[in-house]
Ligand binder design. Structure first.
Ligand SMILES: Nc1ncnc2c1ncn2[C@@H]1O[C@H](COP(=O)(O)OP(=O)(O)OP(=O)(O)O)[C@@H](O)[C@H]1O
Length: 439
């Protein structure tokens, strides 16, 4: 994509600049996985591993002192991105420029040194605290690892930090089990802060906490950010948490960043159909309102073989018509609905006339598009007397392939990867949206 996503409106050098970052995992889920047979080649067996494209060509920047929220459904690559930035995972490709130095290139002692400047907080405060250690020792541990201060200095600093994160420094000698979930996450915060980092990747830090406690921990994180001049990448799937804490928000889908904008701009003026669907899926108390809103349909495709062009196109309610057919908006809307029903096999057994009426109001699109639709209807039509014919697998497959090949795969959404910078309605920050509707 290589669009400078989120480049500063302030003109100041960003703290972190990520370019073309990729993290692919080898998939080895069984002895024969990834082995394919091809009689046209020699040797005829290909043991090429399939790769999970967890983070696939991502660009963004984070400014000093800001919180960039990173949101998206489970499995879209948020944690992998966070861990790759910190070099807890090896990047497959790309650069991670932190204060002018490429973290992707560092190794050994240089990398170890850098780790004091960048810290990470994880979701589960229970699992990340050693139950045998006292919380004072836990907070001091990173300082010890980095050779910071002497014993007395470390103890003083640990107590100071316990107080800063809202705990009683007199509890220095207590074990983690004596603390609640929220308090344990505060211990984690103190530990991360002990080595005086500039940048903290926070991976779902409040997701495991009661809603009533979440806001308190978020408020403390904001106060600490102010006091210690911290920069956060804040990963969460919960949009209300993202809205609480972020200055700008990046939306991730299937390994790509699909939208990035100032928080207010993103929530008030979302421009990517995926972001809109995410915002629409926030639970609302009134069920009548819920029915009126859009929902995310269909399955997330596999990150092993993600869709070409726009990653969201296979689920997108705004897929763009291929230009060659000159369809009206109404004709395209009908064709799209029909294609989706065929793809998901949600059609009732119907005669050709009924299919035409049900999906096209009786009138097929004009020209070549109409001929293709008519061909698909011929394959799908069912004699009402013998419903069994409707289940003819091969005809379904042929109709499905015909429609997808003629319409979905010829859309610009399938042929070109989108990347556009838009005029924001709120504020002056650039608004990035990876959607061809903004051509
Ligand atoms: N070590 C690994 N080996 C193979 N695949 C992996 C590995 N770690 C993650 N993945 C895959 O990479 C994709 C992204 O996973 P990731 O955990 O980064 O997503 P996420 O958005 O953080 O989701 P969640 O919120 O559920 O943690 C998923 O398809 C996941 O199955």
């Amino acid at each position: 994509m290589s669009s400078p996503v989120g480049s500063g409106a302030t003109g100041e050098e960003p703290l972190l600049r990520v370019r073309n970052l990729k993290k692919y995992f080898n998939q080895d889920s069984g002895l024969l996985s990834g082995i394919s047979f091809d009689s046209d080649q020699f040797p005829p067996i290909d043991v090429g591993q399939q790769r999970v494209k967890a983070v696939d060509d991502v660009d963004f920047e984070i400014r000093r002192g800001e919180t960039l929220g990173l949101v998206g459904e489970s499995g879209c690559g948020k944690s992998t991105l966070g861990r790759t930035l910190l070099r807890l995972l090896e990047p497959t490709e790309g650069t991670i420029d932190f204060k002018g130095e490429d973290l992707a290139e560092l190794s050994g002692e240089e990398l170890r040194q850098k780790r004091s400047e960048i810290q990470m907080i994880f979701q589960d405060p229970q699992a990340s605290l050693d139950p045998r250690m006292k919380i004072g020792q836990i907070v001091e541990e990173p300082m010890r690892a980095h050779g910071m201060l002497d014993d007395e200095g470390r103890e003083q600093r640990a107590k100071m930090l316990l107080e800063k994160v809202g705990l009683d420094p007199h509890h220095y000698n207590r074990h983690p089990h004596a603390f609640s979930g929220g308090q344990r996450q505060r211990v984690n915060l103190a530990r991360a802060l002990s080595v005086d980092p500039e940048f903290i990747v926070c991976d779902e830090p409040v997701s495991a906490l009661d809603v009533s406690i979440q806001a308190q921990v978020l408020n403390t994180m904001e106060e600490l950010q102010e006091e210690f001049g911290l920069t956060y990448l804040f990963i969460a799937h919960d949009l209300s948490v993202i809205r609480h804490i972020s200055d700008r928000v990046a939306v991730m889908y299937l390994g790509n960043i699909v939208e990035l904008a100032d928080k207010e701009e993103l929530f008030e003026n979302p421009q990517h159909p995926y972001t809109r669907a995410l915002l629409d899926s926030i639970p609302v108390p009134d069920p009548r309102e819920r029915d009126a809103r859009g929902v995310l349909e269909g399955e997330v495709p596999s990150p092993v073989d993600p869709p070409s062009g726009c990653r969201f196109r296979t689920r997108c309610p705004r897929l763009i018509a291929p230009e060659e057919y000159e369809l009206t908006d109404e004709e395209w809307a009908h064709t799209r609905t029909f294609m989706r029903a065929v793809k998901r096999r949600t059609l009732e057994p119907m005669s050709a006339d009924e299919l035409r009426r049900e999906f096209f109001g009786g009138e097929l699109p004009r020209g070549e598009a109409g001929e293709i639709v008519a061909e698909a209807i011929d394959l799908l039509e069912t004699d009402p007397e013998s419903a069994a014919v409707a289940d003819d697998h091969e005809d379904w497959e042929e109709a499905r392939e015909l429609l997808l090949e003629s319409f979905a795969r010829r859309s610009i959404c399938a042929t070109e990867r989108p990347a556009y910078e838009l005029e924001p309605e709120y504020g002056t920050d650039p608004h990035f949206a990876a959607c061809h509707l903004h051509r």
